[in-house]
Design a protein. Structure first.
Length: 143
C-alpha cells in the first residue's frame, strides 16, 4: 500500500502540483491495479470526496498521462483505462469478464524506440486478449 508521501512524491517527480483531488486519484491508481476507467475512479472516490467532479477526474487523468505518471490503455473501443505501472509491460483483457491485467513480456525493455527506417517511436502498446484463469474454467460455454 502506498502512503500519502509516496503519492505526493510521485506527483512531484512528474511535475504535477499535488492537490487533494490529484493525490486521491493518483493514490487510487497506485493502490488499485485493476486498470480502472475514469468513471470507476470517480464512483470510488466521490463518496469520500464530495467536491470531486467527473471533469476533475478526466482532467487529472489527462494531465497525469501527459506528464508520464500514468499510462492510458486503449485496449477496447468502449473505455480508456489507466495504469500507474509505467514500466514496460503488456496488458491482457479477458473476452468473457472484461478484466484487464498486466502481462509481463520478456525482453520488452530491449525494444528500440527508433526504427531502422528512422522513425522515432514515442509510444508502444502491447495488448493480448483471451480468457483469464477464472473464465477458462467455463471455456466450453464459448465453443
Amino acid at each position: 500500500m502506498n502512503t500519502k508521501v509516496d503519492v505526493k512524491n510521485r506527483l512531484l517527480d512528474f511535475g504535477v502540483k499535488p492537490s487533494v483531488q490529484r493525490m486521491a486519484i493518483m493514490e487510487y491508481l497506485m493502490n488499485n491495479l485493476i486498470h480502472p476507467t475514469a468513471d470507476t475512479i470517480f464512483n470510488q472516490l466521490s463518496p469520500s470526496l464530495p467536491t470531486l467532479s467527473k471533469t476533475t477526474v478526466y482532467n487529472t487523468l489527462k494531465l497525469l498521462e501527459k506528464r508520464g505518471a500514468v499510462i492510458a490503455i486503449h485496449i477496447d473501443e468502449k473505455n480508456i483505462r489507466y495504469d500507474a505501472n509505467i514500466s514496460p509491460h503488456g496488458h491482457f483483457k479477458c473476452k468473457r469478464c472484461g478484466c484487464v491485467s498486466d502481462f509481463p513480456v520478456e525482453g520488452i525493455e530491449s525494444i528500440s524506440m527508433e526504427s531502422p527506417e528512422g522513425q522515432l517511436i514515442t509510444e508502444c502498446q502491447l495488448y493480448f486478449k483471451g480468457y483469464c484463469k477464472e473464465c477458462r474454467k467455463h471455456i466450453n460455454e464459448f465453443t
